[in-house]
Design a protein around this ligand. Sequence first.
Ligand SMILES: Cc1ncc(COP(=O)(O)O)c(C=O)c1O
Length: 368
Amino acid sequence: MITLYEPTLGQTEKQALNAVIESGWLTMGDQVKAFERAFATLHQAEDAVAVSSCTAGLHLCLIALGIKPGDEVLAPALTFAATVNAILYVGATPVLTDIENSERPHISPDDARRKCTSRTRAVIVMHYAGYPADMRAWRTFADERGLKLVEDAAHCPAARDVARFSDAAAFSFFSNKNMTTAEGGMVTARERTVSERIRLLRSHAMTSGTLDRHRGHAYTYDIVALGYNYRMDELRAALGLAQLKQLPQWNARRRVLADMYRHLLDIRLPQVSVPFHKPSASTVHIMPVVLPERADRKKVMAELYRKGVQSSIHYRPIHLFSYYKKMFRNPVLPQTEKFASRELTLPLHPGLDDTDIESVVGALSESI
Ligand SMILES: Cc1ncc(COP(=O)(O)O)c(C=O)c1O
């Protein structure tokens, strides 16, 4: 089976985990601090805060930026549920926004402009498949309207310009991501006060941590707000540090494999299109393609599976899931619906080789 994704784990990760076990300190210690510093440096950010997941990170971003019940937040309908759930967690109203088109399945500035009201307070931009959206343009968009700008950067750790122009950005280290800590996330923010607020809220808004108390740097603590347990542990941070060092080379390998896909698909399946023609800065988290209009996607996926190739869909739009159907009645999202009905995600991870890519394209050709 050619798998859709696979984490890359080896000796480095085993040694990192072993060292934490030997140390006897398992959560919120030196590994977490070192991971935060290394992640911030890689993204040229002043600070980074490790959290238990990207979902937790998005939640804390919205709280720290002051998003409240009654506020409206623009978000793409073509995303994972976490983007929209974070808005619901703070009691605000998600306003589902269309994508630009099937060539650029990013949240559409035109539709965002149309859907802005006097209650709009923020916009969440999700970098679909690891292709960064134009954040300079989104910064201008947000500034002109007095909105907070948040990046759902789950797909693009180490992408250029990500986390530079937004008020806050959240990354994911879930097992299928470009780098993993099994479960985990990281948040960056433009202003120190915001990242400090997020750091406080991730651990019940306690004014000192257990390590500080253990080392005698603090004897007690106060609780100064309603916080959460969104902490990252030392094992995950050590794993993250080990993975982070290898991330640039893995992202580069993903780009090579994606280029190969593009080349082969161009020759053998010109009726299949690949979004983002100029993908220079991408971390290529996934390999989405758009099937010809008359192809039966379900049958193509079943046939691919029979031939030993896993595939998936990114994404079923939010408003089409049972839970959200009653929340979003007949939203106007024509580009999202068109793209989502024909999108198919092919296997992509650094463990694949040239012959795997050829096999996938061959199997796709026969299946179509
Ligand atoms: C676009 C997007 N946002 C958010 C998340 C949530 O990440 P996590 O599982 O780390 O909470 C994911 C994870 O799949 C994602 O793909």
